[in-house]
Design a protein around this ligand. Sequence first.
Ligand code: NDP
Length: 234
Amino acid sequence: MSRSVLVTGGNRGIGLAVARRLSADGDRVAVTCRSGEPPSGLLAVNCDVLDATAVDEAFDKVEAEQGPVEVLVANAGITRDTLLIRMSEQDFTSVIDTNLTGTYRVVKRAARHLMRAQAGRVVIISSTAALSGVAGQVNYGASKAGLIGLARSLAREFAPRGVTVNVVAPGLTDTAMSTALADGQRERIVGQIPLGRMADPEEVAAAVRFLASTEASYITGAVVPVDGGMGMGH
Ligand code: NDP
């Protein structure tokens, strides 16, 4: 395999694990990098998914360096956790704008080539929060549930063109995002996970890798949980 891949938010955490996994398989992998140091050995393009022009420019750079994007992994995401009663409109809209509308921006830009090529893969990173709900994550849960609706509608639009669209829904994963949780909150969640631990980012990357592979050619519109059994398949 040597496909042109773009992973949003691929400078750290789950996105970086996905990028490294696909790169190790022989793909040409670019990551968007909004801040911090670009990771070594990968093409890093500056991009804030809140900005449609920046998204367009990032795709232009990737196309120039490694060819049009054939595999898109929409991973960039944020949390702004607090109970509804304390949640400002800014807390709500910033999470929706990054996680949901940001994904709309990148898949829309990727669609230009994918529709023409009549082949390709889109994998969107949602969360078990979309499926089970989490107190303190009204904004995040709404954005991640929205991604499932987006993916399934897109799967139908893209299916006649041979492009699959799938969702990976990780449970608690060992990254900066989960480190930001209070110790007690993290331990309480881990206590509810049948496998009794958080996921490693590489375990999420393995599911993304499969859905992005040729072996997954007959899977589209699926939501694949990587959650240690927390949702028992849901
Ligand atoms: P991290 O906080 O470690 O990484 C988030 C990534 O998203 C960073 O690369 C960050 O860039 C990027 N990002 C955030 N906002 C923007 C933006 N506006 N434009 C471009 N990039 C942006 O989190 P994870 O690796 O844990 O999360 C990756 C995905 O997995 C997210 O969508 C998250 O919701 C999801 N997820 C995570 C779980 C977990 O427990 N960790 C569980 C379920 C789902 P920068 O470095 O510049 O901030």
